[in-house]
Design a protein around this ligand. Structure first.
Ligand code: ZN
Length: 272
């Protein structure tokens, strides 16, 4: 447990990551007392949270466009965003500690008060990040293990133009890679076996950074293949077979090229 004296310094870092979470929701949004924003019923807020909700409303259309453009498909249903303007609300819905926002089971997208406070500048990015999770969740089920966590987070961070991975640099991410702390791109996950950063010896920030840069590099390497792969995944194709069909290569070999003296890391341990 961290001492209270260091908490103010630690908090901004801990609040870095937006994330989908597998934990169960206890109360329902109705029990929390959310109300629909008068100007936009897709946004639900607690009584007194109207100003925060209006800020979310001003960002929502652009974030939806960004996610739909990346994923290549529209949302199956209109996204609904739950805005918590106090921490008890957020902590009742999101059991994962130290996140600024989350999508929890039942595809409930919840924003924390941090994005209306000291993290207000991150709202646009984190909203897009969470909407990417929601978009996949609507088609494949919440945080489906048919896609590895590194891919969920890499895609969401790409939709957010880096949002969720701001607190590790490319240099730190590449240093970890060169030390052998690497995402396993060949991993298969299941409901009982989900692999996050610590499973690879990575901090959550290094994990998000490696995940983001790998997905970004895969898209840059062959945009047409990337679109084809994403379309297949969203039609429930097997993750690795769909990749091989789209890229005519196996994922692990290709992704490793991008880190081993490729477009992500140079051969001296720095970032290009
Ligand atoms: Zn996430």
């Amino acid at each position: 447990m961290k001492a209270l004296a260091v908490l103010p310094l630690v908090l901004p870092l801990l609040l870095a990551a937006g994330c989908a979470t597998p934990e169960r929701v206890s109360p329902t949004p109705r029990e929390i007392g959310f109300q629909a924003l008068a100007e936009d019923v897709r946004i639900r807020h607690e009584p007194g949270g109207e100003d925060y909700a209006r800020r979310v409303g001003a960002s929502l259309a652009a974030a939806i466009r960004r996610v739909e453009a990346l994923h290549g498909l529209p949302f199956r249903a209109a996204p609904v965003v739950h805005v918590c303007h106090d921490w008890p609300c957020f902590r009742r819905l999101v059991r994962t500690p130290d996140v600024a926002a989350a999508v929890v089971p039942d595809n409930l997208l919840v924003l924390s008060p941090s994005l209306h406070g000291r993290g207000a500048h991150r709202l646009d990015a984190i909203l897009a990040h969470e909407l990417s999770h929601l978009h996949l969740g609507q088609r494949l089920g919440h945080y489906t293990p048919s896609l590895p966590i590194w891919f969920h987070e890499g895609l969401a961070t790409l939709a957010a133009l880096g949002g969720g991975a701001e607190y590790a640099s490319d240099i730190e991410s590449c240093r970890a890679w060169n030390e052998g702390r690497q995402i396993d791109f060949d991993v298969r996950e299941s409901h009982s076996r989900r692999l996050k950063g610590p499973d690879y010896g990575l901090s959550i920030h290094e994990f998000y950074r490696q995940a983001w840069r790998s997905v970004e590099a895969l898209r840059a390497h062959d945009p047409r293949a990337f679109r084809s792969w994403l379309q297949a995944l969203q039609a429930s194709a097997d993750f690795h077979i769909a990749f091989a069909d789209a890229y005519n290569s196996d994922l692990d070999s290709l992704a490793r090229v991008f880190f081993n003296a490729g477009p992500v890391c140079d051969d001296h341990g720095g970032a290009l």
